[in-house]
Design a protein around this ligand. Sequence first.
Ligand code: PHE
Length: 454
Amino acid sequence: MTENKGFSSNFGAIMAAVGSAVGLGNIWRFPYICGKYGGGAFLIVYLCFVFCIGMVLMMTEFVIGRRSQHTPVAAYPILRPDKKGWRYVGIFGMVTCFLILSLYLVISGWTLNYVVDAASGTLAQLDSSGLELHFKAFSESAVRPIVFLAVFALLTVAVILGGVQKGVEKVSKLMMPILVVLLVVLCVRSVTMPGASAGLDYLFKPDFSKLTGQGVLAALGQALFSLSVGMGVMIVYGSYIPRNDNLLKTSIWITVCDTLIALCAGVAIFPAVFSCGLEPTGGPGLVFKVLPTVFNSMNPSSGFMVGTVFSVIFFVLLSMAALTSAISLLEALVAWGSEYPNRKRSVSAIVLALCVVVLGGLCSMSVGGLSGVKVAGLGLFDLVDKLTAVYLPPLCALLTVAFIGWVMPAADIKDELSNHGTLKVGYFKAFYFLARYVAPLALLLVLVTGIVNG
Ligand code: PHE
């Protein structure tokens, strides 16, 4: 991987990483768990985790990637040639990326289908029970979700085939600003609805009685998932970051943007949901059932269908957020594939995408026709969901941060963070302490609790 294959500028690097970070997690998960676990109280804990652990992991991954100029599989042995076994941590991360991507593409396909359903007016004709039935019939059908999954995979591959600069970077630079504009439009609409303040209270009013131990762990899990750290995506993006970039500043930018967008998503969603007297929820229930009901309530009985316009805006926004995240996951896998001699990037991209579509297709069918097929007592969709939500990312994150804290020489880390001594790194001691003790302990706790709770 030579340097001219990386991002062209600091701005490009930030946009690509923000593109990876901002995804379904920001829009349908963060606002809901924030409200559920005490609004402002949860937010305080979340911000601590995001900056003290999530951002440390991001810097960790950037250091590993930029210093080695390789994907995780090759990076670890390059940085510690005497400890070749660490390559398995890299492979483990890539397997995690593969599984996350399979599921991510299924849900992204649903989102794309809803762009079509919103634009064609199908959603506007349904009441809330009709929307419920519509989602059930769609997600359980054998063909349509897989067609949309394949279309979404095709879009992702098309961007990857464009290359790192002309594909990944260019698309992120285009889509992220559009996403922000669309989000602001939705925010303005949401907060100007009657009774919107109940939604803002739900999101921001601190209620420490709701902040349970489970809420604290959810905050850490969400911080990692939202920043796309733990499975090696940011190691690959780190290998594309220009040599003269300040890794601390870049990480701060990405973390701040990701967090602000998650907060804006909450403002765009919950005031409107409360204004319509609906129950707050998260995940597919929120996006595919509750929100279309909200949009429909904006449509007057005759004339211009305002709600339909907002509905299309929302699903386009969600699809764009999902696309830039899916791109980063596939890019990580493709970069790994291309590290092998005589393997073309384009061939890696197509073969890997096909594999992802096959697993994603099976996950999709496990919601409908194949729902009777169980592995370890769970349908395939639920199994992959559980693995990628509870077990694999914290374990992978733990190993990654342990490498920086305990295996990679501290002098090398400092050298990379300071751009070979040209930047001041007064924060190094604090960073090293967090990477060596705080982050591993917190991750261990998340992991053990996840295992104990099944
Ligand atoms: N950060 C993305 C989101 O919030 C998900 C993601 C996780 C993307 C890991 C890449 C790697 O939805």
